[in-house]
Unconditional design. Structure first.
Length: 481
């Protein structure tokens, strides 16, 4: 998807955004009959009206402000998804957006919704050319968006597409080693450094969490380190991102028991995809922040010499963990990665993981469960970014009582805390490996969609990336100020 500023008025397909019917007069060439038709449609609660002029289409979108700015922004994105469907239905290849509303970012938001909805994963479809979307270019009239806004949107969309594609790839292509290779390609294109640690190095480092989970697989694990270092970073100590990279999760010996529960387990590396795509965007946008990202990766299978319930493993930190459920494997990978992050003396660490079914049950597909030890101002910034991008956050507590649930009789801690508070006890497990400001984002309920909804396609969603990028962009602004 391309985004460009239109220097001259186009006579091709157009979208006009208005927030008052009186502004129809600003749309060049609307006839009295068309105006009457549009007004009647608006009175019938139709927000977008299509005018077919045979040589080209006109779309008039009536933006109705909501109770809050963030709800109004989301309305624009959703309208964009509807317009995307109309454009592809009529086989349009490009469209120009003109904003006559008082919402200054309406054109960008509309385009964002169109672009997010336009994503397709057609790699394995033999009829790919026949079913591919035709829309490929969105223009903005020069007063509707700036070149900087268009460039930033383009980068964000590229990053989201890359992350979605990684999630959609099946295990028979995307092994842990292949995931590392794909990240290396993103680094080469985006402009950040990538270092890949192989199994031998992980054994040398004694990264017991990753190695334990990998014991059931014939394919080796990897640990990928990404780093973006701008010439003048605003942060003296790095920000670290961590993404869970379980490229497929059978549950291990604690095999997932429920019907269809493994159907989408290729998406258990959604956290890895999210932080990798984010690093691409961070580097492309040249954010003035020193940022490191870590991706521990393996599949979780019941074969070979698989770890079993009752095993005691020694983590990279030296802490011992009693394994009571091999399907609680992601926290073992993340524990090693969070311990590794200590070597950077980080300013802030954020991990993203499809960690618990409990988070998915609690919040569903409408938000992210989060928790952490970061300062309240940092948490508030995350909440604001989540609202702006409509990737909303629900914070859970990290009360010490939840830590009691993961105490072990024979080891330092155990990897599950019982049937209650599952998302929080998983967070308490991760907290054990941190000594820095930290936030945990459980994206289990939002990382993969089983049906199309608005601008979210079937498959990988990259949900949370726009929130993260918004936070980092504004983090830089705040620190610069």
């Amino acid at each position: 998807m391309e985004f460009k500023i239109q220097q001259k008025a186009s006579k091709k397909d157009q979208v006009y955004i208005i927030d008052d019917v009186k502004k129809l007069s600003q749309v060049t060439g609307i006839s009295e009959e068309e105006s009457a038709f549009i007004k009647a449609a608006f009175e019938a609660e139709q927000n977008t009206v299509t005018i077919n002029r045979y040589s080209h289409f006109l779309f008039i979108y009536l933006l109705k402000p909501k109770k809050t700015d963030w709800q109004t922004r989301e309305a624009c994105r959703k309208a964009g998804a509807e317009l995307q469907a109309a454009c592809n239905k009529h086989k349009l290849t490009e469209i120009t957006i003109t904003n006559f509303s008082d919402q200054p970012h309406a054109a960008i938001l509309l385009a964002e919704g169109m672009a997010l909805a336009n994503y397709q994963f057609l790699k394995y479809r033999t009829e790919a050319k026949k079913i591919a979307n035709t829309l490929h270019t969105i223009y903005f009239t020069k007063d509707s968006a700036t070149a900087k806004e268009a460039a930033q949107l383009s980068t964000t969309i590229q990053a989201i597409y890359a992350a979605r594609t990684l999630v959609n790839e099946p295990l028979n292509y995307l092994s842990a080693e292949q995931l590392s290779k794909e990240i290396a390609l993103l680094g080469k294109e985006g402009g950040f450094k990538v270092t890949i640690l192989n199994k031998a190095r992980l054994e040398k480092e004694k990264m017991g969490g990753i190695l334990a989970v990998n014991r059931g697989s014939i394919q080796p694990p990897t640990f990928t380190i990404m780093e973006y270092t701008p010439k003048k970073a605003l942060n003296k100590k790095p920000i670290v991102l961590v993404g869970k990279g379980v490229v497929y999760d059978t549950g291990g010996v604690s095999l997932k028991p429920t019907l269809n529960s493994m159907d989408r387990m290729k998406s258990d590396m959604s956290g890895a995809a999210l932080v990798s795509g984010a690093m691409y965007a961070i580097a492309k946008m040249q954010l003035p922040l020193h940022i490191i990202a870590l991706v521990p990766a393996t599949d979780n299978r019941p074969g070979e010499n698989a770890y079993v319930p009752g095993d005691v493993i020694t983590m990279y930190s030296g802490a011992t963990v009693e394994v009571l459920n091999t399907d609680a494997e992601g926290r073992l990978l993340l524990g090693d990665a969070l311990q590794w992050a200590k070597r950077y003396k980080p300013e802030l660490v954020m991990d993203f993981a499809t960690l618990t079914g409990a988070a998915s049950v609690a919040v569903g597909e409408h938000g992210i469960v989060c928790m952490g030890t970061a300062a309240e101002e940092t948490k508030q910034s995350f909440r604001e970014s989540g609202l702006r991008q409509y990737e909303r956050l629900v914070e859970y507590p990290l009360w010490e009582e939840y830590g009691e649930q993961i105490k072990s009789d024979i080891a330092d801690i155990k990897n599950v805390g019982g049937p209650s508070g599952g998302a929080i006890t998983a967070g308490k497990f991760l907290e054990h490996f941190t000594d820095y400001p930290w936030m945990h984002f459980d994206i289990a309920g939002v990382s993969f969609a089983t049906s199309k909804k608005g601008y979210t396609p079937v498959g990988g969603t990259a949900y949370g990336m726009r929130m993260l990028l918004d936070f980092l962009i504004n983090y830089g602004i705040v620190n610069k100020g």
